[in-house]
Design a binder for this molecule. Structure first.
Ligand code: PLP
Length: 853
């Protein structure tokens, strides 16, 4: 045949009786509601798998006959109506804030705008690369479930993140595939005129046009910005094609679209957020755009920025340098030029917001974000300490452990990551579990009441499903690599165990970044081989993860693992699975027995996959870093204490040895300690403890409630107070800060009375401190006596701070005295300090200034 070939896709028409399937396919509620996914699955299981669990594609491909058949099938219609009922109930219930939110927010209302460069909601919307995106997705899902007034903003990556193929020799192929946007659960946002709504973002010498897509996540909207529009030059169309692709220039362009374009999109949609949450530094240009708006409305730069910062929450997610965007001075100057002009500012003044001594003249997005937000957090207790140290230049005189930086430990969205079997089990035995997610007693009682045998059968059935899924993935992967079927069968035999002869399954699934040390166990290959190959106690190791295409050492890790997986002593015991995504992730966390994590302390900011595994009853065997530093309780998994050795090689050596010792001596023996029962009671006790200690603490609902209480609510109030009277309070605060900053170098403290070394309990310590005020008022300073009691055993108790109150002084000197008596007898150490104090500060140490006697 010759001549032009045309393409026409003829879609099946939904029968009237099933017309609401369309609505079900367009709301990402299906990403966590298993009943909705189950409905599609039942309609045509094979097609559902072939369509990659994508309901929109599924409805386009399903046959008219099958639809007609289902429309006449009473059992199916009943289930359809049931699922529709759940869908409608969810929508009605989340239209208003839930009781949990109402209780925290009190009288405050307002909209929270959340900005992130990636969102991992479901495999059918591939605009995520890993932990950060999945966390953002979980954050949105929980916000929807709580009925929080919330809107999310991101970028529409037409090619998403890459799909990973692993070749036979372990080489990673990164495949960026363009998506047909009709396949994705998004719709274009049109203006009142029916034309696509467009906004523009100033670039050097041009304006880049941006169109907007909307994804529905339960009750809330995620707006995705896209530069692929006819008005743009070709090279600008591709700005938003790839997630974390391209060079530095592309990256700063993407971040301008996200930050500046995001603000403009929300304005165009008529939305008025009261709090802005910048999730990781990528979106921090949004503060510059809001500042520009305030200047346009008549404010001065400093006051405008003060007001913007007051209503801004910033979360930082990693201590690893590659996770922080730093732009060359010239690049930043070029792209920020138009903004400086629009703000009537010296370009240098604007650039200074992202510069610090640590980066010379380079422009650091984290620095920008920290300077232009007043509510900041890290994502675990350990990470907070590390970040407070790294970023201490923001609060130079404040002790690191008192830094204003807070932490909210990440949690995972339970409905998404709890396996289908457990969800249905809890539905049956404890309906209402979804709203009691944070109730520790409830979970302890529920899980402990499950008979061991039933618990074990449930775990084994989930694990069998997972192994089956893994075997199918590996079969596809090996066939593509050209491996023969007979060989595949032999290699995968261990994944098809007979009852009671199941292997213990250990999983290491995460990004292949070097600090995660995927190959730590291979430091002693012989010991590992012996551990895996014990005929009575077989153990298998599954690896999965992507390495960033520019990360050579990360890709080398994959090659090493694949090489080992083909050696005779590891073949059929150690497997490397390609294309780790949400679908594979859900399977692995559901069915693993042991979840491994071996980061180099303290580089794992939080880590969340271990939480997903634990709430399904897997046991974590992990370095005590990130969330596991808080979650490990002795009986709910195992912890590896990091060595503080400065030589990285020795450190790896010791920690690998500890890990192997632990596996040989405790983990494997406990798993196989089955006796006549067919299961190990000791193992089950730990698995139950894992569920009831981790699920109620490390879930996304708890995380969100913490954000509301500690960040969103204070930022809402603070932002509103600063903005009263056209921003007068913000202007006053700025003037005060400038006055303080000028005077501070000359402010000195001296003790003006002798020192008493002994007093009686109930007496007041005579402590007079003279302060050289340099023109400041006595009330502009807070003086504190920081007292620590030394106990009999030599340990110190946590410090208490007692205020010193000012008395009239003269000549610009004020005397401050300690007024309160000391009741508890004992030996104390004390110090005196002063810091600037103003009722409009978001945090007492916000200025970063402090002086000690
Ligand atoms: C949870 C998850 C992650 C993040 O897990 P970490 O423990 O932070 O590495 C990455 N990818 C997928 C697919 C996940 O489900």
């Amino acid at each position: 045949m010759s001549g032009q070939k045309y393409v026409l896709e003829v879609q099946a028409r939904l029968p009237d009786a099933l017309s609401e399937l369309k609505a079900l396919s367009e709301n990402l509620l299906y990403a966590w509601d298993r009943h909705i996914r189950g409905l599609f699955w039942r309609m045509d299981t094979a097609l559902w798998e072939r369509c990659g669990h994508n309901p929109k594609v599924f409805l386009r491909r399903i046959s008219q006959e099958r639809l007609a058949e289902l429309a006449g099938n009473a059992a199916f219609l009943e289930e359809y109506q049931y699922v529709l009922g759940l869908f409608r109930t969810y929508r009605d219930q989340t239209r208003t804030p839930s009781a949990l939110v109402a209780e925290k927010m009190g009288a405050e209302d307002g909209l929270i705008a959340y900005f992130c460069a990636e969102y991992g909601l479901h495999e059918s919307l591939p605009i995520y690369s890993g932990g950060l995106g999945i966390l953002a997705g979980d954050h949105c899902k929980a916000a929807s479930g709580l009925g929080l007034p919330f809107v999310a903003v991101g970028l529409m990556y037409r090619q998403g993140y890459f799909r990973q193929q692993i070749e036979r020799d372990g080489t990673q192929n990164a495949i960026f595939q363009p998506h047909d946007l009709r396949d994705l659960p998004i719709m274009r946002v049109d203006g009142d005129d029916g034309e696509p709504l467009q906004i523009t973002v100033p670039f050097p010498d041009r304006e880049v046009a941006v169109q907007i897509w909307k994804a529905e996540i339960g009750h809330l909207a995620l707006y995705l910005l896209d530069t692929d529009v006819a008005d743009n030059a070709r090279s600008d169309c591709s700005i938003t094609f790839q997630l974390y692709g391209g060079d530095r220039r592309r990256r700063i362009e993407q971040e301008l679209i996200l930050g500046v374009g995001g603000v403009r999109a929300l304005r165009a949609l008529g939305l008025k957020p009261s709090v802005w949450h910048v999730n990781e530094g990528h979106a921090a240009f949004l503060m510059i755009e809001r500042c520009r708006e305030a200047i346009e409305a008549g404010m001065r730069f400093e006051a405008a920025m003060e007001q913007v910062a007051g209503a801004t929450v910033f979360t930082t997610h990693t201590p690893v340098a590659a996770g922080h965007d730093v732009f060359e001075p010239d690049l930043a100057a070029t792209y920020l030029g138009p903004y400086a002009r629009a703000m009537n500012l010296d370009l240098d003044e604007l650039l200074a917001l992202g510069q610090s001594e640590q980066n010379d003249a380079a422009f650091n997005m984290t620095t920008l974000a920290l300077r232009t937000s007043r509510y900041q957090n890290a994502v675990s207790r350990i990470h907070r300490g590390v970040t407070a140290g790294m970023e201490s230049h923001i609060w130079p005189q404040v002790p690191v452990d008192e830094s204003p930086l807070q932490y909210v430990t990440n949690g995972v969205h339970v409905q998404t990551f709890l396996s289908r079997q457990w969800s249905y089990f809890f539905d049956m035995h404890a309906p209402g579990w979804r709203v009691r997610q944070c109730d520790h007693h409830f979970w302890r009682n529920l899980v402990e009441s499950i008979p061991d045998q039933q618990f074990w059968l449930q775990r084994m059935s989930i694990k069998a499903d997972m192994l089956d899924y893994v075997a199918r993935c590996l079969t596809r992967q090996y066939r593509r690599q050209g491996v023969g079927d007979a060989h595949i069968e032999r290699r995968l035999a261990v994944l098809r165990p007979t009852f009671g002869r199941d292997p213990m399954v250990m999983v290491f699934a995460r990004r292949f970044a070097t600090y995660k040390r995927a190959t730590l166990l291979l430091r002693d290959p012989d010991r590992l081989a012996a551990l895996l190959n014990d005929a009575e106690r077989p153990v298998i190791l599954l690896f999965a993860g992507k390495a960033h295409p520019a990360d050579e050492p990360g890709q080398a890790l994959i090659r090493t693992l694949v090489e080992y997986s083909r050696k005779p002593q590891f073949a059929g015991r150690l497997f490397v699975l390609e294309d780790y995504d949400l679908a594979l992730g859900r399977q692995l966390v559901a069915g693993a027995d042991v979840w491994l994590n071996t980061p180099l302390y303290p580089m794992e900011a939080c880590g969340t996959s271990g939480q997903k595994a634990a709430l399904n009853g897997a046991l974590n065997v992990s370095v005590l870093d990130g969330w596991w530093g808080e979650g490990f309780q002795g009986d709910n998994g195992w912890g590896i204490t990091p060595y503080s050795h400065s030589d990285p090689d020795r450190r790896d050596h010791y920690e690998a040895e500890d890990l192997l010792d632990l596996l040989e001596d405790e983990v494997v023996p406990l798993y196989f300690n089955r006796g006549d029962l067919g299961y190990s009671p000791g193992w089950i006790a730990r698995a139950k403890a894992a569920i009831y200690t981790v699920l109620p603490r490390f879930n996304a609902q708890r995380m969100l409630l913490d954000y509301i209480e500690n960040l969103y609510l204070p930022a809402t109030r603070h932002g509103r107070r600063l903005a009263e009277d056209d921003g007068q309070p913000a202007a006053d605060l700025v003037a005060w800060k400038q006055r303080v900053a000028q005077a501070w170098p000359g402010v000195t403290l001296s003790r003006s009375n002798g020192r008493a070394e002994q007093i009686d309990s109930g007496d007041t310590l005579e402590l007079h401190v003279a302060v050289e005020l340099q023109g400041l008022g006595a009330d502009d300073l807070q003086l504190e006596c920081v007292m620590t009691r030394v106990r009999d055993d030599g340990e110190t108790e946590s410090a208490i701070c007692c205020r010193l109150v000012p008395e009239n002084g003269d000549n610009g000197t004020a005397i401050y005295r300690l007024a309160e008596p000391i009741e508890v007898p004992g030996l104390y150490e004390y110090q005196v300090r002063a810091y600037p104090c103003h009722p409009m500060l978001a945090h007492p140490f916000e200025t970063g200034l402090m002086r000690w006697l």
